[in-house]
Design a protein around this ligand. Structure first.
Ligand code: 5GP
Length: 112
């Protein structure tokens, strides 16, 4: 089932897009939890990591590689964190796979 992220991909609702290529889109989170909080999503509608198939392996790697490229461009030379929430216990709220790129401040560990 399509989510709000599909509407962002299709430009039906606005977003602050920082990167786009054939496979993915990246845009700033509407409720940022860090000075830099960007979501990197596949254009393919995959509900979450647990819904990915072996055919999606390269795509999943591309999301992480792209997040690293964006982090460098955003100047996060002091470090950053990539987070993927999957399912209810992780607090996933949008059922379209997304990588959170968080940076610009010291991040606590372990996460809640
Ligand atoms: P999750 O909790 O599923 O891991 O993360 C979903 C993220 O999507 C949240 O951080 C939330 O703020 C963000 N989000 C939800 N709806 C929108 C939206 O319409 N636009 C943008 N830019 N971010 C959104």
């Amino acid at each position: 089932m399509s989510t709000i992220f599909k509407k962002i991909i299709d430009r039906q609702i606005p977003a602050d897009i920082v990167h786009e290529d054939d496979l993915c889109l990246a845009f700033r989170d509407i409720h940022p939890h860090a000075p830099t909080h960007i979501l990197v999503i596949p254009k393919k509608e995959i509900a979450g990591v647990s819904a990915a198939t072996a055919q999606d392996s390269v795509l999943l790697g591309h999301l992480i590689f792209t997040a690293g490229q964006i982090a460098a461009r955003e100047g996060l030379s002091n470090g950053y964190r990539l987070v993927i929430n999957n399912g209810a216990d992780a607090g996933q709220s949008v059922d379209h796979l997304h990588v959170h790129l968080l940076g610009g401040r010291a991040l606590g560990w372990p996460p809640g």
